[in-house]
Design a protein around this ligand. Structure first.
Ligand code: ARG
Length: 465
């Protein structure tokens, strides 16, 4: 019996006796978001067709027709002239249908030995791979901008904090370099994830493989994959790589968010360590004096949605039996939004790093409050022979006296300081200076300006390779 839908567009309409409602059609369709993978879908199809021809599964004429049709489709899409139809559910069926319109039977032969299940898994991997390459590049640009900022301030002294209390003096350059470390681990993590992204699912077909004499290695080579996925069931159902990518992305945003929090605090007039260029800030509709650090605040907020996407994907996968299930269609929007949020955020932050004005006087004034050099005084006494615990106690008493008097350690006279330990000599005042304190931490990973400059050089070299 010829189905009443035989003229309809569904690829499977012959099997059905009733169409889906418009609501169900909209509910099950993915074309309005997965069309962003169109270029990868075409790339995957061309590699598949090339292999089918090389294996004599389709003939050379069909192959040529498919290539010609796909070239036209690609330009129609680029020109915004391609008509995306909800009726055709997703990017794969839209492109295949148009190909058949353009080249006839060759278009219908393209899907030989393939299923949308291995096709979509291939498209997503190509998409994630290219996104990783973009993100790693942006992380590099951002780190380079941070290194420039660190270099300008390798001698600028600020208070370092623990528990948000003044702890010890550090250089601003050293502080910035802490973020360079985070973002360089992020790039490493993305590249590690790329290894597991870069395997070819195509050839798994629906779930069990195909009866045609396909050559999967050939397709893998053509698409630049390092290997094929080794189990057809796993190939069509695996989304681990997307989860790993979102996890790495969530960590990038977490680092961005920590930095944002500091930028917001530093820009608060009560702190006044930095100013951020106007192009990253906005005013208030009611308070004329306001200049708000909107970009860091919003980035801190967007971290929540990227973390949410990771949880969405983990939850998407946790109950799925093998192999492909339609649930997997829900992998795309979280993934796409993660990519969009990351790329926008990293681009803006790379630019914003150059728009930060540091206020060294405010940083210095803050470092002079809170007895930031107390540890230096304790270390000084240890070097004169006092056990560290005794030195710690002597300095604690000295600090308490200063707190009562409302002065700094360096404001005390030599005679006053000697009341806490007879080991104190006239050379003590050198170690109580901020410059002396930072310069003394002169080992790899320390805050001494000399180490900051070495660390910058190492990071630049790493970025260049
Ligand atoms: N749009 C689907 C997705 O995003 C493509 C694969 C559909 N496969 C299927 N058997 N319905 O996952």
């Amino acid at each position: 019996m010829t189905s009443q839908f035989s003229k309809k567009s569904e690829a499977w309409s012959a099997r059905f006796s009733e169409p889906v409602s418009d609501l169900v059609k909209r509910y099950t369709a993915s074309v309005f978001f997965d069309k962003r993978m169109a270029a990868f879908d075409i790339q995957g199809s061309l590699a598949h067709a090339e292999m089918l021809a090389a294996q004599n599964i389709i003939n050379a004429q069909d192959h040529a027709d498919i290539q010609r049709g796909m070239t036209q489709i690609q330009s129609e899409i680029e020109a915004g002239k391609f008509e995306w139809l909800l009726d055709l559910e997703d990017v794969h069926l839209n492109i295949e249908k148009r190909l058949t319109e353009l080249v006839g039977d060759a278009g219908k032969r393209l899907h030989t030995g393939r299923s949308r299940n291995d096709q979509v898994a291939t498209d997503i991997r190509l998409y994630v791979r290219s996104s990783i390459d973009i993100i790693v590049g942006l992380l590099g640009d951002f780190r380079s901008a941070l290194l420039d900022l660190a270099e300008q301030h390798s001698d600028t002294i600020m208070p370092g904090f623990t528990h948000m209390q003044v702890a010890q003096p550090i250089t601003f350059g050293h502080h910035v370099l802490a973020y360079v470390e985070m973002f360089s681990r992020d790039a490493e993590r993305m590249l590690d994830c790329r290894k597991r992204v870069n395997r070819l699912p195509l050839g798994a077909a629906a779930l069990a493989g195909t009866t045609f004499p396909i050559d999967r290695e050939r397709v893998a080579r053509n698409l630049g994959f390092d290997d094929v996925c080794h189990n057809s069931l796993d190939a069509v159902s695996d989304r681990d790589f997307a989860i790993e990518f979102c996890a790495a992305g969530a960590l990038i945003m977490t680092h961005i968010s920590r930095m944002s929090e500091e930028l917001v605090i530093w820009m608060s007039p009560r702190v006044g360590f930095i100013d951020i260029a106007d192009r990253f800030c906005t005013g208030s509709s009611i308070m004329p004096q306001k200049k708000n650090p909107d970009v860091p605040e919003l980035a801190r907020g967007k971290t929540g949605r990227v973390n949410g996407h990771l949880i969405a994907l983990l939850t998407l996968m946790k109950g799925q039996p093998l192999a492909y299930n339609k649930d997997n269609q829900e992998d795309k929007e979280p993934l796409f939004d993660t990519v969009d949020t990351l790329t926008d955020t990293l681009r803006i932050f790379a630019d914003m790093a150059g728009g930060i004005t540091v206020k060294p006087e405010a940083m210095r004034a803050a470092a002079l409050q809170g007895y930031a050099t107390a540890t230096d005084l304790a270390d000084y006494l240890v070097k004169k022979g006092l056990p560290f615990r005794d030195a710690h106690e002597a300095v604690a008493l000295a600090v308490r006296t200063c707190v009562d008097k409302g002065c700094d350690l360096s404001d005390m006279s030599l005679a006053d300081l000697q009341k806490f330990s007879p080991l104190v000599g006239a050379d003590v005042f050198e170690v109580l200076t901020l410059e002396g304190s930072v310069a003394a931490r002169n080992h790899i990973g320390g805050t001494a300006p000399q180490q900051v400059r070495l660390a910058i050089a190492r990071a630049r070299q790493q970025l260049a390779t």
